[in-house]
Structure formats: C-alpha cells, structure tokens
Design a protein around this ligand. Structure first.
Ligand code: ATP
Length: 514
C-alpha cells in the first residue's frame, strides 16, 4: 500500500511537471481542492469529453445534447431536494480546529477493524501454511470473533443513524468508539451538524433586490427542466436521451486525493427517458453499455468492477457504480441510477407545468421514467492517467517514464524531429508538420539529442515520433517510432497520414462500441 502511495505521489508530480494539472492559484499558495488543467491536460480532457459525447450522440440516434446554464432558478434546487437534503454530517475537533465528515470518521473506524481481522488471518495463514482454512479460522478464533461481532454491531448502528438522519447518535458513536482526531489526537469533539454542499451566491444589482442562487451541484437538473423543450422541438419519441457536459460545484468538507474530489469539477451526464415499467430493462442496458465504453480504452478489464447499491435513495429503484482501481483502491468513477419519475414529477409539482409524454402507441399520457448515467470528467482523467503511468527500466541501465495513454486520447498524436539542426533537415521536418497538422495535434522539436526528445514525448504519451534524417532527403522516407514498444520502422512520408489516422483517430475507438 505504501508503495502505491509513493506511485500516486509520483503521478501527481508528473502531472504538474508535464503540464497536465496545476494547483489553482498556485502563486498565492493555492486554493484547496481546486485545480487547473495545463497545456497537455486540457487536450487529454477534451479528448475524453469528445469520446463520451460522440459515443452518446453519434452512436445513438435517439440521444441529443444540450448545454444548459450553470445558474438556474433557485426553486429547481428546492424541487430536486438539494436545498433540504444535499448534506454531509460534519464535526469539528476543538483542539486542532480541523473539520471532518462524521460518516467518514466512522467508516474509517470500521475499516480499522477490518484491518485487524485481516492481520489476524494473514498471521494464521503464515503459521498454518497450506492447510489453512480461512472460514473455519474466522468462525473459531475468539479474537477474530470478537472483532467480527464488534464490526457488525458498529456497522448496524452506523447505518441506522444515517438512515434516520440522527446526528446525536453519530456523535455518540464517535465517542463510544473512542475515535480521536488524527491531528490533535484528542476526543474534544463538537456536536455533529448538517452541512449543505451547495455554493450560494447573489444575483441582481442591489443588495435588497438580490436573489440567492446556487452554483449547480450536478448538471442533471438542467436536463430535467429542459425535457419538454427538447422533446417538443426535437419531436423526440420515447425512449430517448439528453446528454450534457458541464461544470458542477460542491463545497466538499474534506477534499483529498488530488483531482478525485474537487470543489469545482466537470460532469458528463445523460438522462434516458423511458416508459414506466421498462426502466429496469434500460438500467441493465446502460449498465452494460457504459462498462463497454470504459473497457474499449484498453486500460485493463480487471481494473473495473460494479458496486451495486444496497441502500437506495428514496426515489431510486436500482443503482450501481462503476468503480476503477486507482492507486488508493477501487473508487467510484461513474454512477448509473434508475431514478423513477421522481425528478420530472417534482418539477411538475413545483413549477405547476404539466411535464408529460403522450405515448401514441398506448394512447395515454404519463411522466416518463429516467435512467441516468453520470460520470466525472476529472475522475475519468485520473483513472486514465494513473493506469497509463509507468516507470520503465531499459537495457543498459537507462530508464524512462512513459504514459501509455490510449492513442485516441493522447494530447499530442505525433512529434516530428529532425535528427540534426542543419543540412535542410529542419525544413523537411517542417514540411511534414505542415501537412499533418490539419488532422493531428503535431509537435515539432529540434532541441537536444534525439534520445532526450523521445523521452519528452514518452512522458506526455505521444504515440508516434517521426524522425527526419539524411536518408529522408534522398528517398522521402522517415523512421516512425512507436511509443510503447520503442520499435522503429522505415515508412514513406506519403503513407504517414494513413498509418497514424488508423491508430489515433477517435473513429477507430468508437467503432469498437457498435
Ligand atoms: P462520492 O460518493 O464520491 O461523493 P457521489 O456518489 O456523490 O460521489 P454523484 O453525485 O453520483 O457522486 O456524481 C456523479 C459523478 O460525479 C461521480 O461518479 C464522480 O465521478 C463525479 N463527482 C462527484 N463529486 C465529485 C467531486 N467532488 N470531484 C470530482 N468528481 C466528482
């Protein structure tokens, strides 16, 4: 685990060193949990968004996109339940003045008990060797039994308190479990309070006339409130979907793990409107479809798993997360939810406008049901970055850091490198750039030795390096170096376009999906 943490630290500094992600406002010592994307990061991020957008809107003729405003009428957040219930329970330690999520403190205490059980099991396995029967050991070992009982009781008490929204009980659990502040080491806790995660601001020119508005905590509501507009103007028939990519804001209490949990982030959401009663069939469809989208990137099939929700939000009748194995464990990257007709009905109620679909086949009107797929762009970015990063030992004691990015997502597709800075090679290289640049993000680099230039491109994940040498002037061929294998082949300049296009275009990735 410690080793994984080291790798993660290296990935974070690599992301900065090579222009992928910077701390926001860094020269002012930064702003917590807010990040900026640099010259390479923005390209990678845009490519991820394009992959998602095209997979939704080009491959499904019944899905269209919108781009709704971040500011919305405040009543929308009343209707959606965010004003009343988009809360996390927070607690402060009076000595360290540090703030924590009470639920996370308790979850960590449960994880510690799990660790104790795992340690006992590992010890016993070592002692008994081949003959070890884990189930039998856990059932009979008194120490392990005690831990298991403790864990189960604590888990039950915790989920009861969460379900009942019982803040006093959450605090009592923290006291009874003797949970201490990791900074001060004391148990000097305040009461637990609910903390609403929405950012508020004022709209209007004078203080008196100003109206409180929120920065949207999800993009989905912009889709729900435009359901009628799109359905009517697009003459859409059920089932159909609306997709949107945009910023969302959450005043997260504890934000850590780099761009995994941010206060300003970006979501890619799609709401799929279906006939009531058909939602579970479509839930299954989107569950499979979304996982296929992830796996087509080739980051490793074993890095994904579903996490089905046991406890469902009151309006949901099925929910699952697609989790990805980050260096800090399997974590949610995308949520797929069957949200019934909750949101549209709420907007019907709060706006007083009828939001219904007339189904010509059934000859009746109803409020459609919704399946939602919701993925964080930044978490997706992090999963791509983490799984692509490799420190490689090469022959002859050399090493390199390489990002094995999926070719279609790489910020730079090819780099054109004159072997030396004379004899007309730079001019020839420029000619090639001037031809390729219309279709591919192409770099030109003539500084430093060719080896150093290759390393620089490896570090940002450029799939192809094209080297122009003296032979090029004679026969119009170049060497094409492949990032992952480092193999080089001699190819005609005239063939470059076709070869590169076949490997790096989004088109070939999208074709895997249909
Ligand atoms: P978590 O349990 O991790 O807080 P969530 O269940 O609240 O996430 P959703 O409301 O389902 O998340 O949001 C959908 C997606 O938006 C998540 O799967 C995640 O990829 C992304 N997301 C949510 N909150 C953040 C955040 N603070 N920073 C970055 N991405 C986020």
């Amino acid at each position: 685990m410690a080793q994984q943490e080291d790798v993660f630290k290296k990935i974070v500094s690599h992301a900065k060193e090579y222009g992928f992600v910077f701390q926001s406002s860094e020269i002012y010592d930064g702003l917590a949990a807010v990040y900026d994307y640099g010259q390479n990061g923005v390209e990678l991020k845009n490519n991820i968004k394009r992959y998602w957008w095209d997979a939704m809107t080009l491959l499904h003729e019944n899905i269209v996109g919108i781009d709704s405003a971040i500011f919305m009428h405040p009543t929308i957040w009343k209707a959606s339940g965010h004003v009343d219930a988009f809360n996390d329970p927070l607690i402060d330690n009076r000595d360290s003045k540090k703030r924590y999520r009470a639920d996370v403190l308790i979850e960590e205490a449960i994880a510690k008990i799990d660790d104790k059980i795992n340690k006992e099991v590992a010890k016993a396995r070592k002692r008994f060797g081949e003959a070890f029967d884990e189930a039998m050991f856990c059932e009979t070992n008194p120490r392990v039994q005690e831990h298991i009982k403790h864990r189960e009781a604590l888990h039950q008490r915790f989920s009861d308190a969460m379900n009942a929204n019982d803040l006093d009980e959450l605090k009592q659990i923290i006291i009874d479990e003797e949970i201490v502040c990791p900074i001060s080491g004391t148990r000097n806790w305040t009461d637990v309070r609910q903390f609403n995660l929405m950012f508020k601001t004022e709209m209007g020119s004078t203080a008196d006339g100003a109206m409180t508005v929120y920065l949207r905590p999800e993009t989905a509501q912009g889709i729900f409130v435009n359901y009628l507009n799109v359905q009517k103007t697009g003459r859409m028939r059920l089932p159909f979907g609306i997709a949107q990519i945009g910023k969302a804001f959450r005043n997260e209490i504890v934000a850590r793990q780099f761009i995994f949990r941010m206060r300003e982030f970006e979501q890619m959401e799609m709401q799929f409107f279906v006939r009531p009663g058909e939602e579970l069939k479509w839930f299954e469809f989107w569950k499979q479809t979304r996982l296929r989208w992830h796996k087509a990137l080739g980051l490793g099939d074993d890095k994904y798993r579903y996490h089905d929700h046991e406890k469902l939000a009151h309006y949901a009748n099925a929910a699952t997360d697609i989790e990805f194995e980050m260096p800090f464990g399997f974590k949610e990257v995308e949520g797929i939810h069957s949200r019934t007709n909750f949101d549209l009905s709420q907007h019907e109620k709060f706006s007083g406008k009828k939001i219904q679909y007339f189904d010509p086949e059934l000859n009746e009107s109803y409020v459609p049901y919704v399946i939602e797929t919701s993925i964080g762009v930044d978490r997706m970015f992090l999963s791509v970055l983490c799984s692509s990063y490799e420190e490689q030992q090469l022959e002859g004691g050399e090493s390199r850091v390489v990002l094995h990015l999926p070719d279609a997502l790489a910020p730079v597709k090819c780099a054109v490198l004159p072997l030396v800075r004379k004899d007309g090679l730079p001019e020839k290289a420029r000619e090639i750039v001037n031809d390729l640049k219309f279709d591919f993000a192409t770099h030109y680099d003539e500084k430093d030795s060719i080896g150093k230039r290759y390393r620089r491109q490896d570090a940002i994940g450029t799939p192809y390096c094209i080297t122009v040498d003296h032979q090029t002037l004679e026969d119009n061929t170049v060497t094409l170096r492949h990032r992952d294998s480092m193999e080089q082949e001699r190819v005609a300049i005239a063939d470059l376009h076709k070869i590169i296009h076949g490997r790096v275009s989004l088109n070939s990735l999208l074709r895997k999906l249909s």
